[in-house]
Write a protein that binds this ligand. Sequence first.
Ligand code: HEC
Length: 190
Amino acid sequence: MCDLDDGGRLALGIVLATVLCAAVPGSAQSPTGLGRSATPAEIGAWGAIIGPNGEGLPEGHATAAEGKALYERHCARCHGVSGTEGPDDRLVGGRGTLASDQPQKTVGSYWPTATTLWDYVNRAMPFDQPGLLTSDEVYGVVAYVLHLNDIIGEHDPIDETTLPAVEMPNRGGFVPDPRPDTGDSAGPQP
Ligand code: HEC
């Protein structure tokens, strides 16, 4: 027999299920429906975004020779004195290995533009103290990492006009995405 108590519990269950479903209106949508786009002000707070052609690079100047001590002080403990020992990402060597059985993804083997390296180091490194380095210091450690990869000379002047002209070994390894741009922030869809 179905007494009042059972009926009450059943009704409560239905109410709870209704409330829970109503609380997650996006549950039927794809994950890309979550959140919102960052505003220009929020993006601006993270600093200038440097384009591949160097647009947005601040004035500054350094050579690899000047960057060596900075690299050893701020970077070597995680990337190794020669950029190959780790413990974190290997930055040096591996050129020509990407299509091999043992690909090594490094600045020298993979990165298409030196300006992106400047942007990344400026924004994100040292990993535990991002924003620590001045613009000149970022030019210095970037020049040193490029020099360790045999891409530039020890005394080549690196600044906002010479850096975009640096030819990265894997520049030709990147091709434009031929798929149509859907306007979605997630980029072209397959
Ligand atoms: C506390 C450890 C630490 C320090 C110090 C540090 N890094 Fe890193 N670095 C990392 C980690 C961890 C990653 C990988 C981050 C990721 O994958 O999101 C990384 C990634 C990188 C990369 C990208 C490598 C690639 O090709 O994937 C570069 C370039 C880099 N660091 C340069 C530097 C430079 C230059 C300095 C000094 C100014 C520095 N790092 C200091 C930990 C560190």
